[in-house]
Design a protein around this ligand. Structure first.
Ligand code: NDP
Length: 328
């Protein structure tokens, strides 16, 4: 399989079409050996972006990834790594959370230490912070970039209006603006990427690193209403996720989608990930995997996207008709 690369919005950085994230898996659901095997498979298939966040396993996910990156000794100019700030790494005091200057700077320093890197390639504001003026965050990100600690900054699950405001402030003060947003995007969550952000791609040049391409595994087609016994949907503390993602109507749609995928000779997860890649506004699809076999399978989506003709895409629209575009 040959990986393909896309520019991150109008920036010059090219990310692999498929990338690897660590939410719920690294430092939690999987062993460090499996995490290492996943990163090795990804890298060997041309993946050049690994996604992380301060909150993932309260910092442990970054520690695990940092140890693996160090051990692998892959040349630093062949991969990119991210962190995200907002939720904190476990502490709940107001100084330990949010997008104010103190936390954004401290979280960056902590992520650098945990990941054992000199700079973050991508640094995201994990959610908007109603308690911090956007100008304070824009200035702070600009200063971190000037200090060489961050290469590109962006947002995650911000509104189009908030992203526009960040750009307006950056332009006014000659600061470096956010280049990417990290929204959820899959056959069941389309609103932000397809509608809300539509005006941002050609104006501010927004790139997107999209999350949960399989809606937390629902679009793998393996689930029943109870959730697969070994999956994240059965993990303690994640009842809200099962509640949000899994329902009878969805499972019915999944069966219809499975038939379309089967006609093309594709498994549903490969088909669903390839469907995300068909959207040129997607810069990279971030994969999650709890097993190496899942990742090996999902990586086939790069080539599979060529099979998704306009006719196939129309079949998908028919199958999804009546599905609410976004549920949260
Ligand atoms: P997916 O929706 O693709 O879910 C991945 C999970 O689905 C796997 O861990 C596995 O879970 C199951 N799965 C994957 N492939 C298969 C397969 N072939 N067959 C069967 N089951 C499969 O992506 P994620 O939700 O993990 O999101 C990807 C990344 O996006 C995250 O790691 C994180 O980096 C980022 N993210 C960012 C967020 C944000 O707010 N910015 C929020 C969420 C994610 P299991 O085996 O347990 O069923």
């Amino acid at each position: 399989m040959n990986m393909r690369y896309r520019r991150l919005g109008t920036s010059g950085l090219q990310l692999s079409e498929l990338s690897l994230g660590s939410w719920l898996t690294f430092g939690k659901q999987i062993t460090d050996d499996t995490a290492e095997a996943l990163m090795r498979i990804a890298y060997d298939h041309g993946v050049n972006f690994f996604d992380n966040a301060e909150i993932y396993s309260k910092g442990e996910s970054e520690r695990v990834m940092g140890r693996i990156l160090k051990k692998m000794e892959w040349s630093r100019d062949t991969w990119t790594v991210s962190s995200k700030v907002f939720f904190g790494a476990g502490g709940k005091q107001p100084t330990q959370l949010g997008l104010h200057r103190k936390h954004v700077v401290e979280a960056c320093h902590d992520a650098l230490k945990r990941l054992q890197v000199d700079y973050l390639d991508l640094y995201f504001c994990h959610r908007p912070d109603p308690n911090t003026p956007i100008a304070e965050t824009v200035w702070t990100m600009h200063q971190l970039i000037m200090q060489g600690k961050v290469m590109y900054w962006g947002t995650s699950e911000w509104s189009a209006a908030e992203i526009r405001e960040a750009h307006a402030l950056a332009e006014k003060h000659h600061l470096i603006a956010p280049v990417m947003e990290q929204p959820q995007y899959n056959m069941f969550h389309r609103e932000k990427v397809e509608n809300e952000f539509a005006s941002l791609y050609d104006t501010v040049g927004l790139g997107t690193t999209i999350w949960s391409p399989l809606a937390s595994g629902i679009l793998s087609g393996k689930h029943t209403l109870d959730g697969d016994t070994s999956s994240r949907l059965r993990m303690a503390g994640l009842e809200w996720l099962k509640e949000r993602e899994l329902n009878e109507a969805r499972l019915k749609k999944v069966e219809e989608l499975k038939t379309i995928a089967k006609d093309l000779g594709l498994s549903l997860p490969v088909f669903a990930i390839a469907w995300c890649l068909k959207n040129p506004r997607v810069s990279t699809v971030m994969l999650g995997a709890s097993k190496t076999a899942q990742l090996e399978e999902n990586l086939k989506a790069v080539e599979a996207q060529d099979l998704l003709t306009a006719e196939v895409m129309a079949q998908v629209e028919n199958a999804l008709a009546g599905e609410k575009l976004s549920t949260w």
